[in-house]
Design a protein around this ligand. Structure first.
Ligand code: 0X9
Ligand code: ZN
Length: 302
């Protein structure tokens, strides 16, 4: 069985998803959205209790940045709670479908386990062969490479040679576009710093519905506080963190038309990216209370 006192390798995560699909066929289906650069299957788990017609859905991903291990762990916990603790959490699945991709950058995730704990990017070949990898969160095709991204492959925020040069970013894009009528909210898990960010990352201008984005994030933050966590810093990416174009959050709102789009920067500790495994459990259980708030909002409003 799975536990939340250790970080899992990519194969272990996928084995868990397979196990759930076999055990809960009425609730869980798996879909490969394509292969990564090195040929790993990218698996989205769909959690749906069925029902008639098309329900509103929430799309969650984690691990676009390889070293942010708490992101896949949190996505896995959301899966675990929605599926294996469905009796207690059925209110979250009775009217909303969930699509969760726990590891968006599987090659980088594995590389961060085997070669370099602080690896951030993908692992694809670049024009400078000694500097592989593109920042997956600078690679989306919406105001691509306008600000807060680099043209130089050796930099951590390298945007790629062209928008959507990375197969992982394309696979996510294609999945989101294929399901954009259904998906009402997008949540992408990162670490660290304790932020709930909404668009835009490419400009300091705010989207017209920023007030809704702000209020919903404030509710999610309050739930996190009430669960024993720290409150999140909330605002647009540019205004409360820094300007950086090409993020998946901006693309989902700006192009896919998913109005509610957030980046969660999980954890605000002294450990930074290297959150000790002993702290996974409290981190994920507290954040699940925020996920509840997002789920209820979609249920009530769509
Ligand atoms: O820089 C990023 O991609 C994110 N921070 S991290 O430390 N996890 O790398 C923030 C992304 C916020 N969203 C956009 N700038 N679009
Ligand atoms: Zn990140």
């Amino acid at each position: 069985a799975i536990s939340f006192d250790q970080y899992y390798r990519y194969d272990e995560i996928n084995s868990y998803l397979e196990e759930l699909a076999a055990k809960y066929p009425n609730l869980v289906t798996l879909e490969s959205i394509g292969k990564s650069y090195e040929g790993r299957d990218m698996v989205v788990i769909k959690i749906s209790s069925g029902g008639s017609g098309t329900r509103p859905a929430i799309l969650i991903d984690g691990g676009i940045h390889a070293r942010e291990w708490i992101a896949p762990a949190t996505a896995l916990y959301v899966i675990n709670q929605l599926v294996e603790n469905n009796a207690a959490n059925s209110a979250l699945t009775d009217a909303v479908d969930w699509y969760i991709l726990p590891v968006l950058n599987p090659d980088g995730y594995e590389y961060s386990h085997t070669e370099d704990r602080m690896w951030r990017k993908t692992v694809s070949v670049t024009p400078i062969s000694r500097c592989p990898g593109v920042d997956g969160n600078r690679n989306s095709g919406f105001h691509w490479n306008e600000v807060g991204a680099s043209d130089y492959p050796c930099y951590e925020d390298y945007a790629g040679e062209v928008a959507f040069s990375e197969i992982e970013a394309r696979n996510l894009r294609d999945f989101a576009l294929a399901n954009k009528e259904q998906i009402k909210l997008y949540l992408t898990f990162h670490s660290y710093g304790g932020y709930l960010l909404y668009p835009w990352g490419y400009t300091s201008e705010l989207p017209p519905d920023w007030h809704t984005l702000q209020e919903l994030a404030a509710d999610a933050s309050l739930a996190h506080l009430n669960a024993g966590g720290d409150p999140f810093t909330i605002g647009s990416s540019t205004n409360v963190l820094y300007a950086a174009a090409g993020g998946s959050d901006d693309y989902m709102k700006g192009v896919a038309g998913i109005e509610l789009s957030y980046t969660a920067e999980l954890t605000n500790t002294y450990y930074g990216f290297q959150l000790p495994a002993e702290l996974i459990n409290e981190t994920v259980t507290r954040f699940f209370e925020s996920v509840r708030v997002f789920g209820s909002y979609v249920k009530e409003n769509f």
